[in-house]
Design a protein around this ligand. Sequence first.
Ligand code: ATP
Ligand code: MG
Length: 417
Amino acid sequence: MKQSQLFTKTRKDAPKDEVAKNAQLLIRAGYIHKEMAGVYALMPLGLRVMNKIATIIREEMDSIGGKELQMTALQDKKPWEVSGRWNDEIVDNWFKTALKNGTDIGLGFTHEEPLTNLMKEYIRSFRDLPVYIYQLQTKFRNEARAKSGVMRTREFLMKDLYSFTKDVASHEAFYEKAKQAYVNIFERVGLGDRTYITFASGGSFSKYSHEFQTVTDAGEDNIYVDEKKKIAVNEEVNNPEVLKELGIKKEDLVQKKAVEVGNIFSLGTRYSDAFDLKYIDSEGKALPVIMGSYGIGLQRLMGTIAEVMSDENGLVWPKNISPFQIHLIALLDKEGKEGKVGVAGEKLYKTLTEKGIEVLYDDRDVRPGEKFADSDLIGIPLRVVISEKTMAEGIVETKDRKTGEVRKIAEKELFVL
Ligand code: ATP
Ligand code: MG
């Protein structure tokens, strides 16, 4: 992509009402646009990051047998009345609206109900199980506060997976696989070393659920971490009985601020009972399906990465989810784009792109200082400068965004990065 054609511009300041560092940086660098409090649009750079995150999530979900579908945002209230969750006393963050004829509808904040309802059409016998379904779909939540930038929004993309299994043993086996897939996801997006599997309360079916909590001061949660065991407990379950059961000593726990980037939950028969979702086993007996749900908020993940991987000059994307791998900067000579550097830059940009390397090419005719500042703010892992000076030396100059390390290398070394 050529920067001269990228319509988003970097800006010195974020909107005055934006208090979260993640949103300030993402807005200033042109990744997102603030529509209103708690609602953000994705600009081309932001969409590229989200697509990278989505690809990693899809790969991990597919690898444990997930089948992708897409449910609707508009929700019929009937299934929600079946579970009791249409009630505003029980769910306090619904966005509800109505059809022209007065029929109430809602904007989905999660999808257990419609999906359990839908699976009644497809699950009949033990041969139809297990089923693992996931989607990357927009959720709407009328959150009371929206002060954490893209980490808590009123409209966001969630990956939600639902498991349907025939008994507790097969549920538990899948639950462990899903847990490992989550570990892989957070590792791959660069948050592995600060994300803790955190024991949380499990609802009526199982003793615990598990949250994936990433340590950051921008988080809204408090967790209690056992560094040696690399696990944590959340506030709900931080009590002597639970610690004893988990083999954790109170004195080994350190309190940390963290954000819940994902969670996995055993639902048992809560929804299958409500919807009478049963299957016929090999002996002809009707049994309730055992369910689980597994969520990750994509914008929250992007925002968390922006919080923890940034410095005073801007964003510092990990390679796997950076919008581009190389930020190529041409320091144009007096002849501008038609000059020697402009022509060589264009050629290098084309060559790299043809080799499948994702390049943001700063072909703009602006001051070097502005280019460098923008490059730091946008945060692509490797900056590559081509100028009259580097051309005279027959090299390009690279700078690692994270370490600051500067190197002079031959152009062709870039092809094998
Ligand atoms: P929280 O405790 O932070 O309010 P939650 O427990 O309500 O979140 P879930 O309903 O389990 O969250 O949703 C699954 C995932 O969706 C969460 O782990 C989080 O990553 C993400 N998520 C939840 N609410 C939001 C939100 N308002 N904005 C962005 N992401 C969210
Ligand atoms: Mg939660």
